[in-house]
Design a protein around this ligand. Structure first.
Ligand code: MN
Length: 339
């Protein structure tokens, strides 16, 4: 029994063949490959990048997994993924002259891979692997399928084309992307083909029990205290069904990086019965706000994020912004009222 995954129809055979040829050459010629997850990586970006990195390394390429940010902070829930200890941040990026191929994972536009976008400026051959519907796109070869529930499905498709084995470590990384981007198989993107892919990864030895516990059921005391403070100042804007909150620099400093991202908080806000849109503002070290958004209804937060210079999906998106917190929320409310 096998159901054709919807993303298969979105990828042109010619583009898939070109992507496969790029990676085949990298393996056969022992090329230096940089595999870049997007900055502030989630399970899909980091899991996809590490799965490809491990498979390419086993096959003979000289692969380096990177996240083009400084400082590099991996969420503790993802830091134990196989190969995560090899991830380099901005300071560890190899010089462009030594890189034969850049592969970007789960990033819709160059700014999403941070400092790794310097390789684009240096004309390093680039393969883009992504499932976001919106974005500027980039790279010589683009494997983009909005119908994929997670970018890891496209990564697995590439491994199949290359006839590379899905080892237990590779399966664990792929599963991390699948289980997070599908909301534990709860979002509308979950269909029979997603379940079959998940089953295949379990059969291949994905360590799903330990992984799921780390991803969803393990929080430090500091993180829970931070969540508590964020929830305590939750605000509801009834006419646009918006629930929002924010964190402060002091709170983040006190938590000593325990909360590498705000996704857990925005997902909690999203569960509010009367909420259609959930927004969390988190101050970034550079003084800007990182804005995480979720939609449970008609509001397209991907379009909202795009209007504010960011990106994402209709149900989950984000952007960076400057300005006062009240003023920023005011602009978001105005956008929601005008739609
Ligand atoms: Mn994704």
């Amino acid at each position: 029994m096998s159901t054709l995954a919807p993303w298969r129809d979105e990828v042109e055979d010619r583009e898939l063949a070109r992507a496969t040829a790029q990676l085949r050459r990298a393996i056969d010629d022992h090329q230096r490959v940089v595999v870049a997850a997007h900055v502030a990586p989630d399970g899909d970006a980091l899991g996809g990048a590490l799965a490809l990195h491990l498979a390419l390394t086993d096959a003979g390429a000289r692969s380096v997994p990177v996240v083009g940010e400084d400082p590099l902070v991996l969420p503790s829930s993802l830091a134990a993924l196989p190969g995560a200890d090899q991830v380099r941040g901005q300071a560890g990026l190899p010089p462009a002259s030594e890189v034969d191929l850049l592969v970007s994972i789960d990033a819709a536009s160059p700014d999403r891979i941070g400092a790794a976008s310097d390789y684009l400026d240096a004309q390093v051959p680039t393969l883009m692997v992504d499932h976001h519907a919106r974005g500027t796109g980039f790279g010589d070869v683009r494997l983009v399928a909005p119908g994929a529930a997670a970018t890891v499905q496209l990564v697995a498709g590439l491994l199949d084309e290359l006839e590379l084995p899905v080892t237990p470590s590779v399966a664990t990384c792929l599963y991390a992307g699948l289980v997070t981007d599908t909301g534990r198989f709860g979002h509308a993107s979950t269909d029979a083909s997603v379940m079959e892919f998940g089953a295949r990864l379990l059969a291949a030895g994905a360590d799903h029990v330990e992984l799921t516990r780390r991803l969803f059921d393990e929080r430090s005391i500091e993180e829970l205290q931070l969540v508590g403070r964020a929830l305590a100042r939750l605000t509801y804007v009834p006419d646009v069904a918006l629930v929002h909150t924010h964190l402060t620099h002091q709170e983040l400093d006190a938590s000593e990086g325990e909360l590498a991202d705000t996704e857990g908080i925005v997902d909690l806000l999203r569960s509010a019965e009367d909420a259609e849109v959930a927004v969390v503002l988190k101050p970034a070290p550079d003084g800007t706000w990182r804005v995480s958004m979720r939609s449970t209804g008609q509001a397209d937060v991907g379009a909202l994020a795009t209007a504010f210079g960011g990106g994402g999906h209709a149900a989950a998106a984000g952007f960076s912004a400057t300005g006062e917190q009240d003023e920023l929320i005011g602009r978001i409310v105005a956008w929601l009222r005008a739609r």
